[in-house]
Design a protein around this ligand. Structure first.
Ligand code: 5GP
Ligand code: ZN
Length: 113
């Protein structure tokens, strides 16, 4: 847990977010600036700065993040969806706590910008 981390604060409930799901390991909440009709984030409660910080010890946790994201996408009616996780500012990372974007509800272009 990092005291000054926005997503740690959301996970703890110190900052409000519209949550779709939470348990003892992961939290999912709607993105505050959605880039698709359905856009939510899935995070581990454990503070990992991003995908590059994932170690072998975190493998099953991050697998769970992906599974929960896919299950929530289905629950929200998105049979087709995109999952994205950014590493580093150049890739567009702005919050340095691992998060999986799940975007659905519209056609997606490829490659991403
Ligand atoms: P990144 O750019 O790091 O991959 O994604 C960070 C995401 O977090 C962005 O899509 C941004 O809209 C979202 N975000 C930033 N601050 C907040 C917040 O306070 N609440 C919620 N729900 N989403 C946030
Ligand atoms: Zn954090």
């Amino acid at each position: 847990m990092a005291n000054d981390c926005l997503f740690c604060k959301i996970a703890r409930g110190d900052i409000p977010a519209k949550k779709l799901y939470e348990d003892d390991e992961v939290v999912a909440f709607w993105d505050i600036a959605p880039q698709a009709p359905r856009h939510f984030l899935v995070i581990p409660r454990k503070h990992l700065a991003g995908p590059a910080a994932v170690t072998a010890a975190d493998q099953s946790l991050i697998g769970k993040v992906l599974r929960v994201g896919a299950e929530l996408a289905a629950k929200e009616g998105a049979a087709s969806f995109r999952m994205v996780t950014n590493e580093g500012a150049e890739a567009g990372q702005t919050v340095f706590h691992f998060h999986l974007h799940v975007l659905g509800g519209r056609a997606m272009a490829w490659p991403p910008g």
